[in-house]
Design a protein around this ligand. Sequence first.
Ligand code: TPP
Length: 317
Amino acid sequence: MNDFGGQNAIRCERRIRACDYLSVAQLYLKDNFLLKRKLSIFDIKPRLLGHWGTCHGINVAYANLKIRGRMTNFILGPGHGFPALQANLFIDGDLAKVDEKAQPNLDGIKYICQNFSWPGGFPSHASPVTPGVICEGGELGYALAAAYGAALGHPEKRVVALIGDGELETATALSSLNLCKLFTTDTNGKVLPILHLNGYKISGPTISARKSERELMEMIRGFGYTPLFINGDDTGEFQDALDEVGMMDVPFIIMKTEKGETGPRYVDGKKIAGNYLAHQIPLKDVKHDLKELDILETWMKSYNFRELFDEKEGFLL
Ligand SMILES: Cc1ncc(C[n+]2csc(CCOP(=O)(O)OP(=O)(O)O)c2C)c(N)n1
């Protein structure tokens, strides 16, 4: 075990919980952001458009890397998980640096939620208005190549690329795995690819998830990387892997999570978390179906956001 102390593990867990909550809030809410009163259909946006399934994994990766404090660039292949990226940029005050209305307070929460996936507001995907964006993410496949590009000629950089397991089925992502062979570490920065193995893409399982762990590791090893397989939700395991990565020339993390994790598990007898049905909006009829509205309220309350955010103090992370 590394010396990633109890306090840091707690901070990491709180940060992930806050960002998961804000991801859901951006997808669904136009009011009642702290759930001070019972959730009503009038609190729900008229049009629900965005992606939930990948958000928790993005929040897990970002929290572990951020708390570690060594990453210079974070490249998000599945940029459709924008609510998660935006939540992280928001709580750190990075979004407020380019948009003064996005201060990390209650007004800011209202602002990012009401304007997420809204005409004239924030697009549903990472886009050029996202601070620091160098890879839009709407078209899957470019994360790893963009990461190598960012590190090229910058020995001080430590660039992380989060690659979706669906994204890894694109020709671009697969061929970009070869780039480690063209990349010397003396004059360039470090690239850390993280494969987000959440098992599913839009409407079915991914090929990576249908391989055995050994087969997947062998494939990555064959490209020249040293792969580490971790359970994303085990903070100790994630931090141990980041320790090991620091000592490797060509590391590659395979981070396993469950698609849609921390969201509803079953709705109307259908499996949602751990299935492709978590990919976009898991409760589609929440504005008209009171049973779904109840599920959403229970889901959102499960994060206990009021313990992580105070109207006067701001984020308590
Ligand atoms: C080149 C390309 N092909 C198809 C799509 C449509 N698309 C959007 S999300 C998605 C699934 C992505 O799966 P994955 O990379 O595993 O991301 P996650 O499961 O984390 O959402 C697909 C196929 C796209 N955006 N770009």
